[in-house]
Write a protein that binds this ligand. Structure first.
Ligand code: FAD
Length: 403
């Protein structure tokens, strides 16, 4: 009886590291994680929990990259079934981590509605993506819509769906919680410290060179968002990302209106954070017009505060048109972020071809995917076991030879 309890206890340690080859001699594997966004923070936390000696480098501040500027909707809305399964597993991971770490996730579901036939086609296509999963969307009549979310004034509804699976999160808070939990397991964050190179010997990594000095390591995880390609280039691997900017208006806090993530007509998306602030946009991408040429090519900020406020006030005005109770909302600030978007839209996860000690994780939807990626990276690096569900996402698909 006692023995059975002991074995069960070990299994409960979720992928316990005692059998990891690199730990067999009693020395923990030394792993550098580059990037203090939500993906790097989750990876560092999972590796430290697994027994690795983790040192994490962040050149600016935790969550300073795409993470801070993210809409942070947790969802599985993609057409590709394999990729959808990865996202579903990650959302399930968030349910556990929310309880364990107090992530304060708003599990309010997702509303998507249309006012005409053209928009209805998009709503139907979205519904089709979740059909056949354990979490299909539900069609809503106008009366059902109002019963579900009475503070929203949707206007004329041609089609509407609701997904109960989805949630939204404060990505900065979640990153901080991951970092704190990693720290409790011994992970060390060095910040500000930029990684500027790797010292390699016979194809193996010996140390990372940083603005805070050289640090000897056994493995390196590059989770540097849009800066990932320049780091991989130092190891001779070419990875291109698609340029994918997006801005969000943030209001001052208001009385609670809605817990849902809303995709409304006219390209308007919004959510209300736990602190009462509305966050959203009226344009997921900058329109392809000459004045936006620069922002579509490189990470530049708004030219000045007046243009920033103009975009923010326009978006907030369109959002509050759907929320009569929020008509007095005032703009607090506007964020402009750059999504780490692989060229084919799918995550890039795995060992870097030609540099087996370097492991890369770069993805859009990194907020949704952070838990499952952290878990899988731990399995692959500490247990040296290939996670088969990551097979389609390997960096080698972008190798010159693969092309
Ligand atoms: C407008 C917008 C909306 C989005 N909406 C969603 C959404 O609804 N749902 C969703 O799941 N995802 C969404 N995303 C995508 C999501 O935010 C990103 O995929 C995710 O934040 C990526 O996290 P990351 O940790 O990989 O990268 P980042 O957050 O960019 O972190 C990378 C970090 O690495 C650091 N760094 C870079 N180079 C170095 C170096 N040499 N040395 C040390 N540190 C370095 C940077 O300073 C940065 O802090 C959205 C993104 C944007 C911009």
């Amino acid at each position: 009886m006692r023995r059975r309890q002991f074995v069960h206890g070990l299994a409960g340690l979720a992928a316990c590291t005692l059998t990891a080859p690199a730990l067999a001699k009693g020395k923990p594997m030394r792993i550098a994680v580059i990037g203090g966004g939500i993906v790097g923070a989750s990876i560092a936390m999972h590796l430290a929990e697994g027994g690795a000696a983790v040192v994490q480098f962040e050149k600016l501040a935790p969550a300073a990259g795409a993470t801070r500027n993210s809409f942070a909707w947790l969802n599985a809305f993609v057409a590709d079934r394999h990729y959808q399964a990865l996202r579903l597993a990650s959302v399930a991971g968030y349910r556990r981590l929310d309880e364990q770490l107090g992530l304060r996730i708003t599990w309010g579901g997702y509303l998507n509605w249309a006012r005409d036939a053209a928009e209805s086609a998009t709503v139907s296509a979205n519904a089709a993506q979740m059909a056949g999963t354990p979490f299909p969307t539900r069609s809503l009549s106008a009366a059902e819509f109002t019963a579900l979310d009475p503070h929203i004034e949707p206007g004329a509804i041609a089609a509407a769906i609701y997904s109960g699976l989805d949630g939204h999160i404060d990505p900065v808070h979640a990153t901080q919680r991951f970092l704190e939990h990693g720290h409790r397991h011994g992970a060390r964050l060095v910040c500000p410290a930029a990684v500027v190179g790797f010292r390699m010997q016979k194809g193996r990594v010996r140390s990372v060179q940083t603005s805070a000095g050289d640090v000897p390591v056994d493995r390196v995880v590059v989770a540097a968002g849009v800066d990932t390609p320049s780091l991989l280039a130092m190891a001779g691997f070419t990875l291109q990302l698609r340029h994918a900017p997006g801005f969000l208006a943030h209001s001052a806090p208001l009385p609670m209106q809605t817990r849902s993530v809303c995709d409304a007509p006219g390209g308007v998306s919004f959510k209300q954070m736990a602190d009462g602030s509305l966050v959203g946009t009226d344009s997921p991408d900058p329109p392809d017009i000459p004045v936006h040429a620069q922002i579509r090519q490189s990470t530049v900020d708004f030219p000045d505060d007046a243009i920033r406020a103009m975009h923010g006030n326009r978006a907030l005005g369109k959002i509050t048109a759907f929320l009569p109770g929020a008509h007095a909302a005032t703009l607090d600030h506007v964020t402009l972020g750059f999504r780490p978007m692989p060229m084919d839209g799918f995550p890039v996860v795995g060992r870097v071809p030609g540099a087996p000690d370097l492991y890369v994780v770069v993805t859009h939807s990194g907020v949704t995917l952070a838990p499952i990626l952290g878990q899988h990276v731990r399995t692959e690096l500490l247990h040296e076991r290939e996670v088969t569900s990551l097979a389609p996402y390997r960096p080698k698909r972008f190798s010159a030879a693969a092309g």
